[in-house]
Design a protein around this ligand. Structure first.
Ligand code: TRP
Ligand code: ZN
Ligand code: CA
Length: 438
């Protein structure tokens, strides 16, 4: 039975080319391949998370003399708060310093790694308040919605075609100072890379309207179609065009857009008909000490936060690689030489429905002549998917690869087996690990 020494010599000498051609690629039934990108809709932004950010900004104001204004300790504390969340979520952050009125101001810039560096989509909000209050609607609301959208990008593992950047501006209340500084220090070659800037300043007004900036038509339409989809009528923003940070970008030719729920202007009776509320100021606490967490309309904040995410997802043409559930057995299983088949089992639980058409089968078999080994995936119902055939000529070591199997006719949950059988004498090995990614 043991003819192994001559066989090895013959195989190496005579079948080396055949081995290269036939033995290297896995079986045709299961080609290793990259995961295809899947288009994805924007997630629902959890209102509770956005509101928690507002509660935290309120606490920062309370602990710092009641405001988060330029040059006051509450402003820098706000920057540190937002930055810590972004750093923990995998953003590349930078704090940009500028000087205004003899005082240091700060912009916070956060880049999401990846995407086309020549197509930058940016969303921003001013993070400063006026000195008379905590600035929770103006502009904790925009700051919190942009922050939570950035965190949602991280949670989704978004891989957008465009490069995503987020910004929190200082000293907006003193004349768009921070955003002007940011744009001013960008070389014109960098400005040219912006495909758009989205601005969110006051998006939770207590007596809200739903206003969309009428600047770049694509951005405007993206917001309008979001609101149309949830059955909420919008109007064009007219309460002071250029009164927020988008003007800094627009002035250098960058396409801009944004959302707004109204400031000190009074809601008309026609607008009350349309949106509900009362024929009073959209925000009676605008630039006042009563702009606290009590000065927020939750429905407006919720809808606008979801609109931010919708715009980021659709305008960056994002795709996601879903996290994928992984099941693995790392126990070693010896494969007897020229002997019976052995198996390594993983018990799959908690996966709804069938297995995917792109089930990833991670195989790690250590072996001194892998051609000896036939490798199969066995579904819970006993269906067999051949991953690798026998090959007398494939003299390479080990089977360490990920196969993609169309397992869409199999129920996902149950005991899946990796089956290995050594069909020729002398060289031996073992299953090192077996991993399934759903
Ligand atoms: N932060 C802005 C300001 O104090 C609020 C504002 C007023 C606004 N009118 C606007 C924001 C129009 C966007 C669009 O001026
Ligand atoms: Zn303001
Ligand atoms: Ca063998």
């Amino acid at each position: 039975m043991n003819l192994s020494v001559p066989r090895r010599a013959t195989a190496v000498a005579g079948l080396a080319l055949a081995g290269l051609l036939a033995g290297v690629a896995p079986a045709a039934t299961a080609q290793p391949q990259a995961a295809p990108a899947a288009a994805a809709a924007a997630p629902d932004i959890p209102l509770a998370n956005v509101k928690q950010h507002l509660t935290d900004l309120q606490s920062i104001a309370n602990a710092n003399g009641g405001n988060r204004a330029h040059g006051r300790t509450g402003y820098k504390a706000s920057v540190d708060f937002v930055k810590a969340k972004l750093d923990a979520a995998g953003f590349t952050t930078a704090v940009q310093q500028f000087t205004y009125n003899g005082t240091t101001g700060y912009n916070l810039i956060a880049d999401w790694p990846g995407g086309d560096p020549n197509q930058v989509l940016m969303a921003g909000a001013h993070l400063d308040s006026v000195s008379s209050g905590a600035g929770i609607n103006d502009n904790g609301s925009g700051s919190a919605a942009v922050l939570e959208t950035a965190l949602a990008v991280s949670r989704a593992g978004l891989q957008p075609a465009k490069h995503l950047r987020f910004g929190w501006w200082g000293a907006e209340e003193l004349g768009l100072v921070g955003s002007k500084y940011y744009v001013g220090q960008l070389p014109s070659t960098e400005r040219a890379k912006f495909s758009g800037y989205l601005n969110f300043d006051m998006i939770g007004s207590p007596n809200p309207g739903y206003f969309v900036y009428d600047d770049d038509p694509t951005i405007e339409q993206t917001f309008k179609s979001y609101f149309a989809g949830i059955g909420v009528p919008t109007e064009i923003e007219t309460e002071g065009d250029g009164r927020s940070d988008h003007a800094s970008f627009k002035n250098v030719g960058i396409p801009v857009g944004g959302l707004f729920t109204g400031a000190s202007r009074v809601k008309t009776s026609a607008q009350v008909q349309k949106w509900g509320g009362t024929a009073t100021a959209f925000d009676r606490c605008y630039h006042s000490s009563c702009d606290t967490t009590a000065n927020i309309n939750d429905t407006a904040l919720d809808r606008n936060s979801d609109a931010v995410a919708h715009a980021i997802w659709s305008l960056s043409a994002g795709t996601t690689t879903p996290p994928g559930k992984v099941f693995e057995n790392t126990a070693d299983v010896a494969i007897p030489d020229n002997g019976a088949a052995v198996t390594s089992t993983v018990d799959v639980t908690g996966v709804t429905g069938n297995a995917p058409a792109t089930l990833k089968v991670g195989v790690d078999i250590v072996h001194t002549w892998r051609g000896d080994v036939v490798v199969d995936l066995v579904a819970p119902d006993g269906s067999v998917y051949n991953l690798k055939p026998f090959s007398s000529s494939d003299s390479a070591d080990n089977v360490q690869t990920t196969y993609t199997v169309n397992a869409s006719s199999e129920v996902a949950n149950g005991a899946w087996k990796l089956r290995a059988q050594d069909k020729a004498a002398q060289d031996t090995g073992y299953i090192n690990s077996f991993k399934l990614t759903f």
